[in-house]
Design a protein around this ligand. Structure first.
Ligand code: GDP
Length: 433
């Protein structure tokens, strides 16, 4: 795997003041000697003239060298901070990949080597991916925490406690007569398992928030036709505040807008676009609108001030909005009045949405952020639950349940069964990471 040296543009493609080309592997020192006039002192930014093998100048660059194993990948690594011109990048990459044993990196190639060198566990790799993808403050904070190993550390503590429980059970089995169950060591082991179980359950409780922060809170605009759903979504999509991106439904109208509301990632979805389609599709559209309302974190129930109230099945997730407040008509108790025509109430509406979503935060920092994490923790919980509730079991069966919990946790941090997850994860990475 690591016989090849990999190279890639690690900064974004396109014209820029500075661009970073990174190279990792056994040929890094050779490259530095050949192209940069020698291997600079590790970790000291050094200004060098980069030349091709014929001695022709490519660019002037700031060169950084990290000697193995104290580098991101654990291998020798160099970074060339060159001028971010397409011509410079093309020439330097062509020269570097022209040397035998050097290849362009695949997406996530550097991170894969970091993982293989034990520099990052799987949860940290996911955190890194999330950090690069982060668009809002909450996403950035959560991703950084995961990249820094918060989840990996917690898993490490659970695992250590459970392995100790297993060794206590093994000791008990060695010392006790056959059929003798429930000795003091076994009780101690069960205590450790119960503690881990408790902590696992608390972590699982934070998953909903962690997943939402990662993927975006779903806020759905609901209400009868003509109440002003599309107008509201498009009014928000055209405001330059808070908009991350607008996904076009038709050429003119947005169906979905991604907002950054005070750091919270929000996906605002208009159900009208789903329904306003031609006949055969209509039934499908209504069904999809209902499903969206059912899974939304918050439902904006819109009613025109000039029209009758109606019922909407969203209970505590409902935020009632009175639209067209510029027209004559009453605003009912609990309704937030807005007018897309005058712009009145839109800022208050965004504030109210952010406040309601912040209210979903259980307070503890969320550590589980992906379905994969949830499944692993749920598997560990199920196994430990069997262990702590079946108090008359034989020691071997107890130990087996605890071992299954350990296996689930090892899967979580990538100690086992890691290849599929890595392949999927790295497919979404940019080249150069
Ligand atoms: P939807 O079917 O719920 O998506 O409703 P639309 O957004 O298509 O709006 C229906 C009609 O209400 C359109 O004619 C809009 O121009 C009008 N409308 C939307 N918002 C307002 C508003 O704030 N004030 C007034 N007076 N009319 C509005």
């Amino acid at each position: 795997m690591t016989e090849f040296t990999i190279v890639a543009l690690s900064s974004a493609a396109g014209k820029a003041g500075v661009a970073v080309i990174r190279i990792s592997g056994p040929r890094v020192r050779f490259v530095l000697e050949t192209v940069a006039g020698g291997v600079p002192e590790p970790r000291v930014a050094t200004l060098r003239r980069l030349v091709d093998p014929q001695g022709e100048a490519i660019d002037t660059a700031l060169v950084l060298f990290f000697a193995a194993p104290a580098s991101f990948t654990g291998e020798d690594v160099a970074e060339f901070h060159v001028h971010g011109a397409r011509a410079v990048l093309a020439r330097l990459l062509a020269v570097l990949t022209g040397f035998p044993g050097i290849r362009l990196a695949e997406p996530g190639g550097f991170t894969r080597r970091a993982f293989e060198a034990g520099k990052l566990d799987l949860a940290a790799v996911e955190g890194l991916a999330d950090l690069i993808d982060s668009e809002t403050e909450w996403q950035r904070r959560q991703a950084l925490r995961q990249m820094d190993g918060a989840l990996g550390d917690l898993v490490g503590r659970w695992r250590a406690a459970l392995i100790e429980a297993m060794s206590l059970l093994a000791a008990e089995l060695d010392f006790s007569d056959e059929g003798d169950v429930g000795g003091p060591l076994q009780q101690q082991a069960l205590g450790l398992a119960a503690e881990a179980l408790d902590s696992l359950r608390r972590a699982l409780g934070g998953f909903a928030m962690g997943e939402r922060v990662r993927e975006g809170f779903v806020v759905v605009l609901a209400g009868p036709p003509n109440v002003g759903k599309s107008s509201l979504l498009n009014a928000l999509a055209r405001r330059d505040v808070a908009i991350v991106s607008a996904v076009a439904g038709t050429t003119r109208d947005a169906l979905e807008v991604r907002l950054d509301l005070a750091g919270l990632p929000v996906i605002l979805i208009d159900t009208a676009g789903l329904r306003d389609s031609a006949d055969p599709v209509e039934a499908e559209g209504v069904g999809r609108a209902r499903a969206l309302v059912a899974r939304a974190d918050l439902v904006l129930g819109l009613r025109g001030v000039d029209s009758e109230p109606y019922r909407i099945e969203a209970a505590s997730r409902l935020l009632a909005v009175a639209t067209k407040a510029d027209l004559a008509g009453p605003v009912l108790p609990g309704e937030l009045p807005i007018s897309v025509r005058t712009g009145a109430g839109l800022t208050e509406l965004l504030d109210a949405i952010a406040a309601r979503l912040r209210g979903l935060d259980p307070g503890e920092p969320a550590l589980l952020t992906r379905e994969r994490h949830r499944i692993a923790v749920a598997d560990a919980i199920a196994a430990l639950q069997r262990a702590v509730t079946a108090r008359h079991q034989e020691g071997e069966l107890l130990a087996e349940d605890i071992r299954l919990a350990v296996v689930a946790l090892e899967r979580l941090v990538g100690r086992i069964d890691v290849e599929d997850v890595l392949d999927r994860l790295f497919a979404g990475f940019c080249i150069g990471k």
